[in-house]
Design a protein around this ligand. Structure first.
Ligand code: PMP
Length: 360
């Protein structure tokens, strides 16, 4: 078997140990003669998997008891719409910080259902920098303040939770969840599509302070209501059982790595190494303002875009996959989530140096 070094932005690499475990579990899970995909989500065996995954996640992230954890579907994109529908009354406003493609999408969806306001917009820097917090226009009457701690496409990360006053802070952590310790109690809600640091696509995590569940306006159908999902144990309808099971295995794996503190140190080290290699070279460049450079998604350009094709082809030959940048920004992007180890990043750095030597 040969595994590549996978820099995919998402769906992203999963731990080999988790894949091997799932492989051996599939035909005959827990001696049942069935796979986890072939049993009822209401069976005792599956409920145990679901509860253990939640307990492990609570443990990893230090999620306080007054927060509900939901294992939903619809992706982060569905939460772009459900959050304003649930957390704001029809006549209330909601505040958004715009730092790149994903926060703009979240803002656009919110605008379809509520009066969404822009607290600050990084457009002047072409989303390579974040406006100073002192210049943000925060409305103390807004139902919440939404931001995207890590912009997966632009590689812009806000490393500390911003101050939103008494207004609940809502974070789209799709591409940064579980990458380092965070203080969950600073947030009203955290949400993330699973397909980067959690597990396979099809599962979406929502962590929400329980008092916010009560805000849902009258008349919202149950399936769109966080309160109903929380009360129903995320089983209002059939959940994505296999993805939930696999996420549970990833949580166990992460605990074995030393949890978010140890993985956070490794993530910082990986990012520091790669940015240093980029900054030390006159051939590669990353456009993001230094305080906001992402630990997870590192876009970079070559001296000339004419070399992009050769870079990608030679990288693939060397087993370095999925380095092509997002179509909206071009160049390259190395997504180095929790599963990428230091050796993988070093292999990329060595490849980049050799490519520069032969093409620079
Ligand atoms: N937000 C961010 C920050 C993302 O990176 C992504 C997906 N890459 C999304 C939202 C959309 O997630 P989904 O495809 O799960 O709807």
């Amino acid at each position: 078997m040969s595994r590549v070094i996978n820099f995919s932005a998402g769906p992203a690499a999963l731990p080999l140990e988790v894949l091997e475990r799932a492989k051996s579990d599939i035909p005959d899970w827990q001696g049942s003669g069935m796979s986890v995909m072939e049993v009822s989500h209401r069976s005792k065996a599956f409920i145990a998997v679901a509860e253990e995954a939640e307990a492990d996640l609570r443990d990893l992230m230090g999620i306080p008891d007054d927060y509900a954890v939901m294992f939903l579907q619809g992706g982060a994109t569905q939460q772009f719409a459900l959050l304003p529908m649930n957390l704001a009354q029809p006549d209330q406003t909601v505040d958004y910080l715009l730092t790149g493609s994903w926060s703009k999408k979240a803002f656009k969806e919110a605008s379809a259902v509520r009066k969404a306001q822009i607290a600050a917009d990084g457009v002047d820097s072409n989303y390579t920098d974040v406006p100073e917090q002192s210049a943000w226009k925060l409305d103390s009457n807004a139902a919440y303040f939404h931001y995207t701690p890590n912009e997966t496409i632009g590689g812009v990360e806000i490393h500390e939770p911003p101050q939103a006053g008494d207004v609940p802070l809502i974070a789209d952590m799709s591409s940064t969840i579980l990458s380092r310790p965070i203080d969950v109690s600073k947030f009203g809600a955290i949400y993330a599509g699973a397909q980067k640091n959690i597990g396979p696509a099809g599962l979406t995590l929502v962590i929400m302070r329980r008092d916010l569940l009560e805000r849902a306006p009258a008349g919202l159908p149950n399936i769109l209501k966080y309160k109903a999902h929380a009360e129903g144990g995320s089983m209002l309808n059939t959940p994505p059982t296999f993805a939930w099971y696999l996420a549970g295995l990833v949580f166990k794996w992460l605990k074995e790595q030393g949890g978010v503190t140890a993985i956070g140190e490794q993530n910082k080290q990986k990012a520091t190494m790669l940015y240093k290699a980029i900054d030390d070279s006159a051939f590669y460049a990353n456009p993001v303002a230094k305080p906001y450079r992402s630990w997870m998604n590192i876009p970079f350009t070559l001296a000339t875009p004419e070399l992009d094709g050769a870079f990608l082809a030679q990288a693939e030959t060397a087993g370095l996959m999925n380095l092509k940048g997002h179509r909206s920004v071009g160049g390259m992007r190395a997504s180095i989530y929790n599963v990428m180890n230091v050796a993988g990043v070093q292999t990329l750095i060595d490849f980049m140096a050799e490519f520069e030597r032969t093409n620079g």
